[in-house]
Design a protein around this ligand. Structure first.
Ligand SMILES: [Fe+2]
Ligand SMILES: [Fe+2]
Length: 206
Protein backbone atom coordinates (compact mmCIF):
# COMPACT_ATOMS: atom_id res chain seq x y z
CA UNK A 1 0.00 0.00 0.00
CA UNK A 2 1.40 3.46 -0.88
CA UNK A 3 2.33 5.73 2.02
CA UNK A 4 -0.14 8.43 2.99
CA UNK A 5 0.52 11.66 1.11
CA UNK A 6 0.81 13.62 4.37
CA UNK A 7 4.08 11.85 5.23
CA UNK A 8 5.69 13.12 2.03
CA UNK A 9 8.01 16.01 2.82
CA UNK A 10 10.12 16.31 -0.31
CA UNK A 11 8.45 18.40 -3.01
CA UNK A 12 8.26 17.44 -6.67
CA UNK A 13 11.56 18.20 -8.42
CA UNK A 14 13.26 19.44 -5.21
CA UNK A 15 16.97 18.58 -5.25
CA UNK A 16 17.72 20.13 -1.86
CA UNK A 17 16.01 17.34 0.07
CA UNK A 18 16.02 13.56 -0.19
CA UNK A 19 13.28 10.97 0.02
CA UNK A 20 16.02 8.55 1.12
CA UNK A 21 16.32 10.68 4.26
CA UNK A 22 12.60 11.46 4.62
CA UNK A 23 11.68 7.78 4.83
CA UNK A 24 14.20 6.90 7.55
CA UNK A 25 13.36 10.01 9.58
CA UNK A 26 9.68 8.98 9.37
CA UNK A 27 10.72 5.62 10.86
CA UNK A 28 12.40 7.26 13.83
CA UNK A 29 16.08 7.61 12.87
CA UNK A 30 17.85 10.66 14.32
CA UNK A 31 19.60 11.43 11.02
CA UNK A 32 21.89 14.17 12.39
CA UNK A 33 23.12 11.86 15.16
CA UNK A 34 23.58 9.02 12.68
CA UNK A 35 25.70 11.23 10.38
CA UNK A 36 27.89 12.23 13.35
CA UNK A 37 28.40 8.61 14.34
CA UNK A 38 29.20 7.60 10.75
CA UNK A 39 31.79 10.37 10.45
CA UNK A 40 33.37 9.23 13.74
CA UNK A 41 33.47 5.66 12.46
CA UNK A 42 34.82 6.69 9.06
CA UNK A 43 37.57 8.66 10.82
CA UNK A 44 38.41 5.63 12.95
CA UNK A 45 38.61 3.39 9.87
CA UNK A 46 40.70 5.70 7.75
CA UNK A 47 42.73 7.98 9.98
CA UNK A 48 43.24 5.99 13.16
CA UNK A 49 43.16 2.48 11.83
CA UNK A 50 44.23 2.19 8.19
CA UNK A 51 46.94 4.81 8.60
CA UNK A 52 48.32 3.53 11.88
CA UNK A 53 48.00 -0.14 10.92
CA UNK A 54 50.29 0.66 7.99
CA UNK A 55 52.95 1.81 10.46
CA UNK A 56 52.32 -1.02 12.92
CA UNK A 57 52.59 -3.64 10.19
CA UNK A 58 55.97 -2.31 9.13
CA UNK A 59 57.25 -3.03 12.63
CA UNK A 60 56.22 -6.68 12.59
CA UNK A 61 59.30 -7.61 10.58
CA UNK A 62 60.47 -11.11 11.37
CA UNK A 63 56.88 -12.19 12.03
CA UNK A 64 55.76 -12.67 8.44
CA UNK A 65 52.65 -14.61 9.46
CA UNK A 66 51.53 -11.74 11.73
CA UNK A 67 52.35 -9.25 8.98
CA UNK A 68 50.07 -11.06 6.56
CA UNK A 69 47.12 -11.04 8.95
CA UNK A 70 47.77 -7.40 9.79
CA UNK A 71 47.74 -6.62 6.06
CA UNK A 72 44.29 -8.16 5.65
CA UNK A 73 42.95 -6.18 8.63
CA UNK A 74 44.59 -2.99 7.34
CA UNK A 75 43.21 -3.25 3.81
CA UNK A 76 39.78 -4.28 5.03
CA UNK A 77 39.64 -1.17 7.17
CA UNK A 78 40.32 0.85 4.04
CA UNK A 79 37.43 -1.03 2.37
CA UNK A 80 35.25 -0.07 5.37
CA UNK A 81 36.12 3.55 4.87
CA UNK A 82 35.20 3.41 1.19
CA UNK A 83 32.01 1.49 1.92
CA UNK A 84 30.68 3.99 4.46
CA UNK A 85 31.71 7.39 3.01
CA UNK A 86 29.04 7.42 0.27
CA UNK A 87 26.38 6.79 2.93
CA UNK A 88 27.43 9.96 4.80
CA UNK A 89 26.79 12.02 1.66
CA UNK A 90 23.53 10.23 0.82
CA UNK A 91 22.26 11.21 4.26
CA UNK A 92 23.12 14.85 3.58
CA UNK A 93 26.36 14.89 5.59
CA UNK A 94 29.91 15.53 4.46
CA UNK A 95 33.47 14.78 5.51
CA UNK A 96 35.23 17.56 7.42
CA UNK A 97 37.35 19.59 4.99
CA UNK A 98 40.28 19.39 7.38
CA UNK A 99 42.19 16.18 7.98
CA UNK A 100 43.24 17.15 11.50
CA UNK A 101 39.65 17.97 12.52
CA UNK A 102 38.55 14.69 10.93
CA UNK A 103 41.22 12.69 12.75
CA UNK A 104 40.24 14.28 16.07
CA UNK A 105 36.60 13.17 15.68
CA UNK A 106 37.52 9.50 15.39
CA UNK A 107 35.42 7.21 17.53
CA UNK A 108 38.45 5.08 18.46
CA UNK A 109 41.85 6.02 19.81
CA UNK A 110 44.65 6.29 17.26
CA UNK A 111 46.55 2.99 17.07
CA UNK A 112 49.94 4.68 17.38
CA UNK A 113 53.12 2.63 17.37
CA UNK A 114 53.70 1.42 20.96
CA UNK A 115 56.95 1.98 22.77
CA UNK A 116 58.76 -0.40 22.66
CA UNK A 117 57.27 -1.71 19.38
CA UNK A 118 57.41 -5.38 20.32
CA UNK A 119 55.14 -7.91 18.64
CA UNK A 120 53.20 -8.36 21.91
CA UNK A 121 52.63 -4.61 22.27
CA UNK A 122 51.63 -4.23 18.63
CA UNK A 123 49.25 -7.20 18.71
CA UNK A 124 47.66 -5.89 21.92
CA UNK A 125 47.03 -2.55 20.27
CA UNK A 126 45.62 -4.17 17.15
CA UNK A 127 43.31 -6.32 19.26
CA UNK A 128 41.99 -3.38 21.25
CA UNK A 129 41.44 -1.35 18.05
CA UNK A 130 39.29 -4.13 16.63
CA UNK A 131 37.31 -4.22 19.85
CA UNK A 132 36.61 -0.51 19.60
CA UNK A 133 35.51 -1.02 15.98
CA UNK A 134 33.09 -3.79 16.99
CA UNK A 135 31.52 -1.57 19.63
CA UNK A 136 31.25 1.37 17.21
CA UNK A 137 29.68 -0.59 14.35
CA UNK A 138 27.19 -2.46 16.49
CA UNK A 139 26.02 0.92 17.82
CA UNK A 140 25.18 1.86 14.20
CA UNK A 141 23.39 -1.48 13.75
CA UNK A 142 21.33 -0.88 16.92
CA UNK A 143 20.37 2.59 15.79
CA UNK A 144 19.28 1.58 12.28
CA UNK A 145 17.83 -1.92 12.75
CA UNK A 146 14.34 -2.10 11.23
CA UNK A 147 14.44 1.61 10.30
CA UNK A 148 17.26 2.27 7.85
CA UNK A 149 17.99 -0.96 5.97
CA UNK A 150 20.78 0.50 3.84
CA UNK A 151 22.92 1.82 6.69
CA UNK A 152 22.17 -1.33 8.68
CA UNK A 153 23.33 -3.52 5.81
CA UNK A 154 26.60 -1.61 5.36
CA UNK A 155 27.32 -1.48 9.11
CA UNK A 156 26.55 -5.15 9.63
CA UNK A 157 28.82 -6.15 6.74
CA UNK A 158 31.65 -4.16 8.32
CA UNK A 159 30.84 -5.66 11.73
CA UNK A 160 31.24 -9.15 10.24
CA UNK A 161 34.84 -8.38 9.36
CA UNK A 162 35.64 -6.57 12.62
CA UNK A 163 34.52 -9.63 14.57
CA UNK A 164 36.84 -11.76 12.43
CA UNK A 165 39.68 -9.30 13.01
CA UNK A 166 39.24 -9.57 16.79
CA UNK A 167 39.42 -13.36 16.54
CA UNK A 168 42.60 -13.17 14.42
CA UNK A 169 44.40 -10.96 16.93
CA UNK A 170 43.24 -13.00 19.92
CA UNK A 171 44.81 -16.02 18.24
CA UNK A 172 48.09 -14.23 17.48
CA UNK A 173 48.40 -12.47 20.85
CA UNK A 174 47.58 -15.62 22.81
CA UNK A 175 50.31 -17.44 20.88
CA UNK A 176 52.93 -14.69 21.05
CA UNK A 177 52.37 -13.55 24.65
CA UNK A 178 51.05 -16.63 26.45
CA UNK A 179 52.20 -19.54 24.28
CA UNK A 180 48.55 -20.56 24.14
CA UNK A 181 46.51 -21.87 21.23
CA UNK A 182 43.18 -20.05 20.79
CA UNK A 183 42.22 -20.65 17.14
CA UNK A 184 40.31 -17.95 15.29
CA UNK A 185 38.85 -20.45 12.86
CA UNK A 186 40.46 -18.37 10.14
CA UNK A 187 40.46 -19.39 6.50
CA UNK A 188 42.83 -17.44 4.35
CA UNK A 189 41.50 -14.58 2.27
CA UNK A 190 41.67 -14.94 -1.51
CA UNK A 191 44.14 -12.08 -1.78
CA UNK A 192 45.30 -9.27 0.50
CA UNK A 193 42.43 -6.86 1.15
CA UNK A 194 39.87 -9.38 -0.06
CA UNK A 195 37.15 -8.04 2.30
CA UNK A 196 34.55 -10.71 1.51
CA UNK A 197 31.72 -8.84 3.23
CA UNK A 198 32.54 -5.18 2.70
CA UNK A 199 33.55 -5.54 -0.97
CA UNK A 200 30.88 -8.06 -2.00
CA UNK A 201 33.67 -10.48 -2.87
CA UNK A 202 32.99 -14.17 -2.53
CA UNK A 203 35.01 -16.23 -0.07
CA UNK A 204 38.23 -17.83 -1.31
CA UNK A 205 36.89 -21.02 -2.74
CA UNK A 206 38.95 -22.26 -5.66
FE1 LIG B 1 37.23 -1.58 10.05
FE1 LIG C 1 39.20 -4.11 11.73
Amino acid sequence: MPEKLSTHVVKHGDVTQRVGVEVIRARGVDVEKLIKMLIANAAAEFASTYYYYTILRMHLAGHEDYEEICEDARLEDRAHWELIVPRIYELGGELPNDLKAFHDQAGCQAAKLPDPPTAVNILTLLLESERCAIRSWIAICDMTFGKDPRTYDLASRILNEEIEHEAWFIELLAHERDGKSIPSGHFRRGEPGHAPYSKNASFYNP
